[in-house]
Design a protein around this ligand. Structure first.
Ligand SMILES: C[S@@+](CC[C@H](N)C(=O)[O-])C[C@H]1O[C@@H](n2cnc3c(N)ncnc32)[C@H](O)[C@@H]1O
Length: 301
């Protein structure tokens, strides 16, 4: 699969534009700029006094965003940085408060197709999964080195797969005869452990989905990064400033929901989305990646 030919369609873009009323001279931080899909839409509503700060861990994505946003009239600052350090990064650029923080979590369609990142079980790729190549441990390191119990616990904790013990057993058995080095190899081990796609009566997802999710979360430290982003955000937002987070699985969504609730209880946030906003059937038909998206928005009081 050639990732340069893949286009990432921003999820719930129309809803976000409707819900977020940015001042024309506002400061916006896109914590997950990707190829700049959402930021491009917001950027078009901003005047020359406004500032758009974008963060990403993927240098290729930043280059994509640079190109996409080059004709906007607002000032654009793109940073190769982890959103776990959002407040330090934004302060370093000279901003004490911002009007909008957007986080569209997970990975883009471009990254899913990128063999150098190695995330996809649909295509055979080196089993890597590091979005940020500064990270030392790859998914292959984990599946080849972790003991069986730790593997099972990881797949259960981050993938919520009830077949975790069986999957771990099959992984360990396979690696005794040869190392597990590709996504295709791992996917077929999981299929052998759980049954081929479509055979599991109750599940419409590919059997390897949860194992791959678990490894990606572990390799990229995703939940810890999200917790740090959420705990910094309230201190960065101007009064009436909003934070919007799009999550793609229940572990992320739970963190967002609990953070917003706790901040509302303390009088810091007002929750704008009592229930998360999900994409319409039409949007999902056009963009399969949107199917598990949940958008939550809160406003700084
Ligand atoms: C779903 S994509 C964002 C797509 C973007 N909203 C668009 O419309 O083009 C998520 C992006 O977040 C980045 N990302 C994931 N974890 C990150 C982190 N901890 N810090 C910064 N960026 C991160 C990924 O590299 C990816 O480019």
């Amino acid at each position: 699969m050639n990732s340069s030919k893949i286009e990432h369609i921003p999820v719930l873009a129309g809803t976000l534009i409707e819900q977020i009323n940015l001042p024309r001279d506002g400061v916006m931080v896109d914590a997950t700029i990707g190829h700049g899909g959402h930021s491009f839409l917001f950027g078009q509503t901003l005047g020359p006094e406004a500032v758009l700060i974008g963060l990403d861990l993927d240098k290729k994505a930043i280059r994509g965003a640079q190109f996409k946003l080059k004709d906007l009239s607002c000032k654009v600052i793109l940073l190769y940085a982890n959103f776990s350090e959002i407040s330090e990064q934004v302060r370093e650029q000279g901003f004490e408060s911002v009007d909008f923080i957007l986080a569209d979590l997970g990975v883009s369609s471009v990254q899913l197709a990128d063999a150098k990142i190695g995330l996809s079980f649909q295509t055979d790729m080196p089993l890597d999964m590091r979005i940020d190549k500064r990270i030392k441990t790859t998914a292959a390191d984990i599946v080849n080195k972790a003991d069986q119990k730790s593997l099972a616990d990881l797949i259960y904790k981050f993938g919520q797969d009830r077949g975790s013990r069986r999957i771990a057993r099959f992984i360990v058995r396979e690696r005794q005869s040869r190392p597990i080095t590709t996504t295709g190899q791992l996917a077929s081990i999981v299929c052998r452990a759980l049954g081929q796609p479509g055979r599991r009566r109750k599940s419409r997802i590919h059997p390897a989905t949860r194992t791959f999710q678990a490894l990606r979360i572990a390799v990229n430290n995703e939940l810890e990064n999200l917790e740090k982003l959420l705990s910094s955000a309230s201190g960065m937002l101007a009064k009436k400033g909003r934070i919007a987070v799009i999550s793609y699985h229940s572990l992320e969504d739970r963190l967002v929901k609990n953070n917003f609730k706790a901040n509302e209880k303390d009088g810091i946030y007002k929750i704008i989305t009592k229930k998360p906003i999900v994409p319409s059937r039409e949007e999902i038909a056009l963009n399969q990646r949107a199917r598990s998206a949940k958008l939550r928005i809160a406003e700084r009081q």
